[in-house]
Design a protein around this ligand. Structure first.
Ligand code: HEM
Length: 535
């Protein structure tokens, strides 16, 4: 029941069709369009003489080649992408005025999946979370949902992100990566206990997805959905693979080639086996959010926690499929710029500090990675039914520079404005208070979900594979004190888990985290529940 791939995936053709002409229809020319007799031609002075500066063709060729590389993504550098379409099957109009959530609405999408820590050429089957970045080309602008394949994250304080990521990059002196030396990785984790749930997911049976088709996606963060009456709820988005989930063991992963997930996705789409996902939301009202905090210690602005699905069930909204491979990977996937701040009316950010930081960080890196006019690149350009105008002008590669219209809000060439559907100021939370320092305290609740994972969700096989994987990884950690601290964190989750890890690593850990001095803004365990923990 997938609609015609050509129709839905035809995102760039209007821009670049003439550049994609089949080779037999083309004539060899330098970049200024002047025909050249042969690509191997260069001009030299006499038979064995030096080359000539006047040879534009050779200089054109070499100098473009010299500039072929753009910076790789600072995280999520290795990835795979494809195009497809999203369709709303079950109206969400009661909760959101977003055009994309009207019943039956179908919009073109591009998705990029990725690993996180590795470099551009790194192995697809690394034990690492997976990125799940979606661009919905809605009729009210592009909405990007930049998600992962795990519902929780390593941190709730954004200032920790560069530190954490650096521990997975190469060591400044040895230049060794985390696959060789995991000391920095465990050093960070063992000082930041709020990471423990994500660490368990990562080191557990779900740590290495079998390609990208067989994994779910989660926004992790809380967003806000606003309806036409100006009422709003907190929401998290869930993408459920129609293929089901599949994961690889360490041994299976070791046999896969470095581009395993790329090949799997590409070839499935070429075979016409279009991977699909159901799209669902989980919502809580502001009042329920307060109750969740009071009764369960779960803060909606803290993405190290999940909302219990028993109490806050998923509601299916739509589905999406990938039915077209990129014709040109660089143009259609590498140059794709996804950002959590690319939102559309009806979908708003919450006050989650990590999300708030991401709203800034992505467009910032896009300006660096792709240039200030990154939004004009065909893969990123909005496809809206109206002609849109603004006062951004010039900058490198300004292809769509908005013609001769005055570049200020003028009375000479007035442009149109659409009134806000709801008055956000009147309907949204007001923040007051003095400036405070964001303290990411550790609370007993941080260990509840990880404990349930160990005691109730995992069977004996899953527990022993987890212990084996963690111990194997820690064998590359060159500092026993770090292992002791991490076992102290695991003991807060479960005595059984920590004791098994002591046996497997041969290291006697700490009895818990009480009294441990971390180099973070928190120490040990907070006795009292404090709203400042993640608020
Ligand atoms: C990529 C920053 C947390 C999901 C990136 C990139 C940056 C970044 C700079 C590279 C983007 C590019 O070059 O286009 C941050 C910061 C974070 C954070 C500062 C926290 C403070 C998260 C979280 C998630 C996430 C919590 C998921 C829930 C992704 C994904 C990509 C990405 C999927 C790859 C996007 C693509 O395929 O182009 N992040 N990130 N990140 N991030 Fe984050």
């Amino acid at each position: 029941q997938a609609p015609d791939a050509r129709k839905n995936g035809d995102l760039y053709r209007d821009y670049v069709d003439d550049k994609n002409a089949p080779s037999q229809d083309t004539l060899y020319a330098a970049s200024n369009g002047a025909p050249i007799a042969h690509p191997y031609e260069s001009q030299r002075a006499g038979e064995n003489g030096p080359l000539l500066l006047q040879d534009f063709h050779l200089i054109d060729l070499l100098s473009h080649f010299d500039r072929e590389r753009i910076p790789e993504r600072v995280v999520h550098a290795k990835g795979s992408g494809a195009h497809g379409f999203y369709r709303t099957t079950d109206s969400l109009e009661d909760l959101s005025l977003a055009d994309v959530f009207k019943p039956g609405k179908t919009v073109p999408i591009t998705i990029r999946f990725s690993t996180v820590g590795g470099e551009m050429g790194s192995a697809d089957c690394a034990r690492d979370p997976r990125g799940f970045a979606m661009k919905f080309r809605t009729e009210e602008g592009n909405w990007d949902l930049v998600a992962n394949n795990t519902p929780v994250f390593f941190l709730r304080d954004p200032a920790k992100f560069p530190h954490f990521i650096h521990t997975q990059k190469r060591h400044p002196a040895t230049n060794l990566g985390a696959a060789d030396d995991s000391t920095m990785f465990w050093d960070y984790l063992s000082q930041n206990p709020e990471s423990v749930h994500q660490v368990m997911v990562l080191m557990g049976d779900r740590g290495i997805p079998d390609g990208y088709r067989y994994m779910h996606g989660y926004s992790g963060h809380t967003f806000k959905l606003v309806n036409a009456q100006g009422e709003w709820v907190y929401a998290q988005f869930h993408m459920k693979s129609k293929q089901g989930t599949r994961f690889l063991t360490n041994d299976q992963a070791a046999t896969k080639g470095p581009d395993y997930s790329q090949r799997d996705l590409y070839e499935a789409i070429e075979r016409g086996e279009y991977p699909g996902w159901d799209f669902a939301v989980q919502t809580v009202t502001p009042k329920q959010a307060e109750e969740m905090w009071e009764k369960e210690g779960i803060n909606v602005f803290d993405l190290t926690h999940v909302w219990p699905q028993g109490k806050y069930p998923l509601r299916k909204v739509g589905e999406f499929f990938l039915n077209e491979n990129a014709k040109n990977y660089f143009a259609e996937v590498e140059q794709a710029a996804f950002s959590p701040s690319h939102l559309v009316p009806g979908i708003e950010p919450s006050a989650d500090p990590v999300l708030q930081s991401r709203l800034f960080s992505y467009p910032d890196t896009h300006r660096h990675r792709l240039g200030t006019n990154y939004a004009q690149l065909p893969v990123n350009a909005p496809r809206v039914p109206y002609r849109f105008a603004n006062f951004q002008r010039n900058g490198a590669m300004a292809f769509y520079n908005q013609g001769g219209r005055e570049n200020y809000l003028s009375s000479i060439s007035p442009i149109n404005f659409r009134k806000r559907a709801v008055d956000a100021d009147a309907t949204h939370a007001h923040w007051t208070g003095e400036m405070v320092t964001f303290l990411s305290e550790i609370r007993p609740e941080d260990f509840q979900a990880p404990r349930a994972l160990w005691e109730k969700v995992w069977d004996e096989g899953a527990r022993s594979r987890f212990v084996e994987t963690v111990a194997g990884n820690m064998s590359r950690c060159g500092d026993k004190e770090i292992i002791k601290r991490q076992i102290g964190i695991f003991r807060e989750v479960s005595d059984d888990m920590a004791t098994r890890l002591e046996k497997a690593t041969g290291v006697q850990g700490y009895p818990g985290i009480k009294g441990l001095r971390f180099n973070g803004s928190h120490n040990g365990m907070a006795e009292e529940k404090s709203l400042r923990a993640a608020n």
